[in-house]
Design a protein around this ligand. Structure first.
Ligand code: ATP
Length: 238
């Protein structure tokens, strides 16, 4: 079995006195990819915030590459390789695309050329200012900036939300290439279960702060009952 890259062991976390996640255990292997599914407000974003250390763990532990990082501050987790792509697009509006990428850069296999290879549209726009980009291009730049930090794992929080279908297609192609061809480990929070399941190897469904179901993504895609029970989804046949 591949070694665990990011692992939650019996994690409880939340805001102040409010417990949001409880009893959460999962293991993302090197090169793995995991969809995090669940209805609104069940704790998906909180799971990422807990992995990043923005939300405190009150029980259990978070491990990265075998190291207990439960008490490691967020900036150090980022430096260790936990790469967070927040829901809010995170770019510098008054820098060009290329400057946005360069300021994020840390040594590793992801550098300007390889990132432009993944996002040709950003190469075309490399001299444009951040604030001259469309929403979809800003989202690409947000992901690309995190890649430039050469993380060990990417945590993508609803990266396709509110984007035009054509852009979603470009972005899903990039995520697939990253994951399947480049072996980049990632976790993906996504409202559209079908999109997420087609991009990942494994999936967990969160319900009221705990993992209600876990399966391979391929299995879950076929498991209409489970998708309907936890996500209220009625997928068409095939
Ligand atoms: N800063 C905060 N302080 C207190 N409670 C919060 C805070 N952020 C989120 N919560 C609560 O934590 C719970 C889980 O929220 P979270 O954003 O993790 O859910 P989610 O599954 O990502 O939902 P969505 O799909 O709507 O983004 C919700 O009940 C929410 O109200």
């Amino acid at each position: 079995m591949a070694e665990a890259l990011l692992e939650f062991r019996d994690v409880r976390s939340g805001y102040g006195e409010a417990v949001v996640l409880d009893n959460v255990s999962f293991s993302l292997p090197e090169g793995g990819s995991m969809a995090v599914l669940g209805r609104n407000g069940v704790g998906k974003t909180t799971l990422f915030l807990t992995a990043m250390g923005f939300v405190r763990v009150s029980r259990g532990s978070v491990f990265y590459k075998g190291q207990d990082i439960s008490k490691v501050p967020s900036y150090k987790r980022a430096r260790l390789g936990v790469g967070w792509v927040p829901q809010e697009r995170d770019i510098f509006p008054s820098l060009t695309v290329e400057e946005n990428l360069i300021v994020a850069a840390r040594p590793g296999r992801w550098e300007l050329n390889s990132v432009y290879g993944l996002f040709p549209r950003l190469k075309e726009r490399r001299a444009n200012m951040g604030n001259q980009l469309s929403g979809g291009e800003q989202q690409m730049l947000t992901i690309a900036r995190t890649l430039m930090t050469n993380p060990g794992v990417l945590l993508l929080d609803e990266p396709f939300e509110g984007l035009a279908p054509i852009i979603v297609e470009e972005l899903t192609d990039a995520v697939r290439t990253m994951s399947e061809r480049e072996g980049m480990a990632l976790m993906l929070v996504e409202q559209h279960a079908e999109v997420a399941l087609r991009l990942t190897k494994d999936a967990i469904i969160i319900e009221r702060g705990s993992i209600a179901h876990s399966a391979t993504s391929a299995e879950l895609l076929e498991d209409r009952d489970t998708l309907e029970r936890y996500l209220g989804l009625k997928l068409g046949a095939g």
